[in-house]
Design a protein around this ligand. Structure first.
Ligand SMILES: [Zn+2]
Length: 245
């Protein structure tokens, strides 16, 4: 795996969670020249549909569409995501390899227990990655901030990212997960996430958040500290229908 230093490292409990939760933001950042990598914490081997091999090739294709520099898998155990010291050290190493300024993790209050565990494991390991005396063979590195994306549950966002111009790219990346999401030609058993209603819901949520931001589509994030705006005037331009330029 050719891991390189990136601006953003996005952690996904299962392949597809990160694409679903913040794929539009990642694609938008890539267009701005920000580099990002994706770390899948598990191979998704407990999923009702698909196999780990199919899911891996789908995840690779989705990462390519979003513009990721790399996508790696730590294989920490789907359906029983391990959060012990050994797992923590694997995440510490991933952070030290990629040396990101920003880390994305799922909300710790999410519905799937693996998501909730990932939401605790990643920020704790990201902190420990900065301890000089924690030796792993790689230099210490602490990211500037860990921010959380919503995979399933909704949480009032600390800030929104306009993904209007990258939303089609996000949908194209999600379509790469043919074994997981809605596909009228699939003969696999239907699950909640493979239903047409679920796929329609992705757009509905992005549109609802976009409505708040007065843009077409947005993704919401939760941060323990609010981001500092360089220019609040620019940040709210066009909110009440004024010109955005
Ligand atoms: Zn998941």
């Amino acid at each position: 795996m050719n891991v390189e230093p990136v601006d953003i490292l996005a952690f996904s409990p299962h392949p597809d969670d990160v694409d679903l939760g913040c794929g539009g933001t990642l694609a938008a950042l890539a267009r701005r020249g920000r580099s990002f990598g994706i770390v899948d914490l598990t191979r998704g081997e407990m999923g009702t549909r698909g196999t780990p091999e199919i899911r891996e090739s789908e995840a690779r294709e989705a990462a390519r569409i979003l513009g990721a520099c790399f996508r790696e898998t730590l294989d920490l155990g789907d359906g029983d995501l391990r959060t012990d010291r050994a797992a923590e050290l694997r995440v510490v190493e991933a952070v030290r390899r990629a040396r990101p300024r920003l880390i994305l993790a799922p909300l710790p209050a999410d519905r799937h227990p693996d998501h909730a565990r990932a939401g605790r494991l990643v920020p704790e390991a990201a902190w420990y990655a900065g301890l000089a005396k924690l030796e792993t063979g790689l230099p210490p590195h602490r990211p500037d901030q860990v921010i959380f994306y919503a995979a399933y549950v909704f949480a009032p966002p600390t800030f929104l990212v306009d993904v209007s111009t990258s939303f089609a790219t996000k949908i194209a990346a999600l379509r790469a997960y043919r074994s997981q999401f809605f596909d009228e030609n699939s003969s696999e058993p239907e699950t909640y996430v493979s239903s047409k209603g679920f796929f329609d819901g992705i757009e509905a949520r992005s549109r609802a958040l976009g409505r708040i931001a007065n843009v077409e589509y947005a993704e919401g994030f939760v941060s323990n500290v609010p981001p500092t705006l360089a220019d609040p005037v620019a940040a709210f331009l066009g909110y009440e229908g004024g010109k955005k330029t």
